[in-house]
Design a protein around this ligand. Structure first.
Ligand code: SAM
Ligand code: SF4
Length: 344
């Protein structure tokens, strides 16, 4: 059986043209948060009654975002992950994605989504050339799913969308945040479902960002052991796969893969290739540090391209060597942004 790489069009080595930061890392990947709004209230991400959202006029406009993306692609940012909040909560998101994908220098556009608003757009996204969608799916059990997402939605809404995406040629990944008591008993079922459908499943370690600090995660080694008990020994997939931090494993006999993104227990900062644009237009050079630059005031004060490029270069050069999860660094760090505006 042919083993499908976690990303068909980005299993290539990191672009040689990307910007190199002060720690020698090639930075070629942007996570772009389109909105801080979401139709879910995941226990680790969003307050139960929703957050105080940014007024629409405070979000960078699509024209402003496209200008930034063009300048970034000129600097070597080639791959773009559209995120949020729920990206489809922002009107015009798909038309924006189409324009972004057509932009010179943009090699790859992918999406991360809870999947519940995607159904009408799957064909269009495939036509645009979106090559991958990461679906957040924390359980196949409707009650557990609803308990984590704090919505009336259920997995039955998302599963057909995944199937449609795969049929349209889009790589499907399932993102699970394993949480004690919420979905820890569901992980083998989720793994089986993913593998039987040829999808890639990734377990994202709970990060103590915002509401995540009040939840209890499941250690990755425990999940690894549980999967091996059910499926036999996992064999590591070598090389760069996907867009960065996941460690991928193959399960013999299955086309999909199992990945672990363990930011806290397995610090992958020396391999970090990414920057983030929050929904409010702050270029965040590290998920769990304050470093970065407010781009919106520049955009709205008539700054020319050279000034914006200088700000981008400076922020990337000043990208911290590592995050502040764990120990004293965590205690001393007050995260300014919540996950639904950072975009994960
Ligand atoms: N709404 C979309 C979704 O859920 O995929 C995109 C935005 S969401 C903020 C992006 C990713 O961040 C999701 O995979 C989500 O599970 C993850 N995430 C949010 N808060 C987290 C936390 N505290 N720890 C670990 N992952 C988190
Ligand atoms: Fe919404 Fe995604 Fe946050 Fe869940 S993790 S509340 S789906 S932004």
């Amino acid at each position: 059986m042919t083993i499908q790489r976690p990303d068909r069009d980005n299993a290539m080595p990191q672009a040689k043209t990307g910007l190199i930061d002060a720690h020698g890392r090639v930075i070629d990947y942007l996570r772009l948060s389109l909105t801080d709004r979401c139709n879910f209230r995941c226990v680790y991400c969003m307050p139960p009654d929703g957050a105080v959202y940014m007024p629409h006029c405070e979000l960078p406009t699509y024209e402003e975002l496209l200008r930034l993306c063009l300048l970034m692609s000129g600097l070597g940012i080639r791959r773009f992950k559209i995120t949020g909040g729920e990206p489809l909560c922002r009107k015009g998101a798909v038309a924006f994605i189409r324009r972004l994908k057509r932009m010179p220098g943009v090699d790859q556009v992918t999406l991360t989504s809870n999947g519940t608003l995607l159904a009408p757009y799957v064909e269009e996204l495939a036509d645009i050339g979106v090559s991958g969608i990461n679906f957040s799916l924390n359980s196949l059990n409707p009650e557990h799913y609803a308990a984590v997402s704090r919505t009336q939605a259920g997995p039955e809404q998302v599963l057909p969308v995944m199937a449609a995406a795969a049929k349209a040629g889009i790589t499907v990944k399932i993102n699970v945040v394993p949480l004690r008591t919420y979905n820890d008993c569901d992980l083998p079922d989720l793994t089986r479902f993913a593998l039987e459908n040829g999808y890639h499943i990734r377990f994202i370690e709970l990060m103590p960002v915002g509401l995540g600090a009040a939840c209890t995660g499941v250690p990755p080694h425990e999940i690894h052991a549980a999967i091996e008990r059910d499926f036999g020994p996992l064999s590591a997939l070598d090389g760069v796969a996907g867009n960065g931090p996941a460690n991928y494993f193959r399960v013999p006999g299955h086309a999909g893969s199992v990945g672990f993104i363990s930011a806290v227990s397995n610090m992958f900062c020396p391999r970090c290739n990414r920057i983030r644009l929050t929904s409010g237009g702050f270029l965040k050079s590290c998920l769990h540090r304050d470093a970065g630059v407010e781009l919106k005031p520049l955009l709205r004060s008539g700054a020319n391209d050279a000034a914006i490029i200088a700000a981008l270069r400076k922020a990337i050069m000043e990208k911290p060597a590592g995050h502040a999860f764990g120990g004293v660094a965590q205690e001393n760090f007050r995260q300014r942004f919540l996950m639904h505006s950072i975009g994960g």
